[in-house]
Design a protein around this ligand. Sequence first.
Ligand SMILES: [Zn+2]
Length: 464
Amino acid sequence: MYIRNTLSGQLEKFQPNEPGVVKMYVCGPTVYGLIHVGNARPVVVFDAFRRFLEYRGYRVILVQNFTDIDDKIINRAKEWGVDFSDVANTFIAEYWRDITALGVRAPNFAPKTSDFIPDMIEAIKKLIEKGYAYVSDGDVYFDVQKFPRYGELSHRSIEEMLVGARVDPSEKKRNPVDFALWKAAKPGEPSWDSPWGKGRPGWHIECSVMSTKLLGSTLDIHAGGEDLIFPHHENEKAQSEALTGERFVKYWMHNGMIRMTGDKMSKSVGNVFLLRNAIKKFGADALKLFFLSKHYRSPIDFLEETLEANVKAARRVREAFEKFESKFPEVRIPKNDQWMNDTRAAFVEALENDFNTPAALALIFDLVNELNKAMDEGNEEKALKVYHLLRREFCPTLGLFELPSQPRSDDVTEALIKTVIDIRSELRANKMYQLADLIRQKLSEIKIELRDTPSGTTYTFKEG
Ligand SMILES: [Zn+2]
């Protein structure tokens, strides 16, 4: 298997440290609100990647953290008059609901920052002892000049970083590129005792500490969105390698961003970008097909027509499965043959090439056509072989079509209202105004307001 490693910028042969075991860390959400479709891309992509590693026989240990100490969480807690942990725990619960609705498996460990404060203090103490960090008026900073490989992951020099560095006068750094390991407490903030006074850990140190505590000093894979390469992952790498003297990560994997520009969806229903609204509107399978239809490193445009095409594609696959399952309700296993092995090899080859999911999906859609053809021709044995590969191997390996299908309630409602409006228009055209008015009145009672315009009848939902 080959993976493009962000560190080298090259395709590299994948070889985990310990044969057969993959230790993997993915940066998780800062839990101050509901997650958006943009947050969902790495979740879907790296869940599928983990499943593929398992399909290839690896034992995967996946850690994904929750950042539960952060300015945004603290501000929300102040706004709501509650403790920061109430905000964090609420949105952690909502996060599990969302990813369960998406059909994503939970990681093996989901640590919270607040559970690892003593370990973070220990790590910071060691970094100071080793000369990589300095105390400044209750804050502790990492001294990037002391770590010669700083910039190696994001491929930039300290000079280049200095140009973009914002100088915050409240920070007491030697160098604007230095970053906080520990922040002195401000009034009204949650804080913990430390050798440098009351305070809280910086963002980057938490991932270094939680990942190495749970997985050991060298991870096989560290993944996340490409927006995290700098400064977050660069800093994680510097801290961890300064601490352990060992290589922190063998393979860095970064997914491209979702672009939300130039689409009417953003104007009409802005909150469709919340993951749960997108699931409601398009369904989990269409969303996952959408994410996997582009190579994970490429940017992807969140366009309604693209998503609608994925809704249709998902429906086509489901219908083929349902047809087979109603014809052959008993579970049977086909006799393995050369064709099945060759097809498996093609699927694996696509995904072993830097996780090329678009190629794997193309194979899946071809097989759906073959399944339909075999059923039409009454070729039961062939249909069973195709179904077996699709339903029990390839789709589960990408996390697809595992949840029971749900009708899209928005679509059904919309279609029903349009049907009623059409009937009412017919009545009006035939001068049956009394019945037409009755329809308007009945709809109004269920909070649907009709408006007759020169170009036709429109409707809105009444508030309240
Ligand atoms: Zn992180």
